[in-house]
Design a protein around this ligand. Sequence first.
Ligand code: AMP
Length: 211
Amino acid sequence: MNLIFLGPPGAGKGTIAQRIVEDLGIIQISTGDLLRAAVKEGTELGLKAKEFMNSGKLVPDELVIGMLKERIKKDDCQDGFILDGFPRTIPQAEALDQTDIKIDKVVNFQVDDELVIHRITGRRTSKSTGKIFNIYKDCAPNPPEGHPEEDLLQRDDDNEEVVKKRLIQYREQTEPLISYYQDKDLLADVNAARELDQIVSDVKKAIQTST
Ligand code: AMP
């Protein structure tokens, strides 16, 4: 099963993907994670991407499309995957259509800007496991009791100023993908402003209707 998770930053795409990949026996491919790894390693792609990412802009299509095409060729993708954060533009979606990959469902995470900004400023990633946590009590999942604070990393682009720019990019460049996939009869809307367990259950239901 090949899925796309669509939605603004902070909608919970990565968190939900982490929760369901094991059950489904598929993997999560986050283009944001791949780009952050390239930045960390200082590769040519990373050097080109860094400035765009830190200023809340999208990385140019040709760079992201090339990176994604390389990634989906790997053996671990054979049983299926969740594309988390790709495509983010119409040309990216068209490039995906031109591959031999068949997409089974596009889950559209719906959440308003105010909640996005709140969630994102509290978001932390575990350095040791890559798991996503939130330090705000009203945002799941909280880090377990006694989790070392120094293990929790805040992304450079997870501050209010940059998030507002990322939201503008989302509206202008990514939101048109909703009707793109609606037209292909692949879209399933999910209310992503609910409790984490409820969203997980709604996403699972939305996916089941495609199998
Ligand atoms: P994310 O981790 O998905 O929030 O992505 C973090 C940043 O990586 C984004 O704000 C973009 O700068 C860049 N990025 C990730 N995925 C894409 C994509 N599909 N197209 C363009 N830029 C991307």
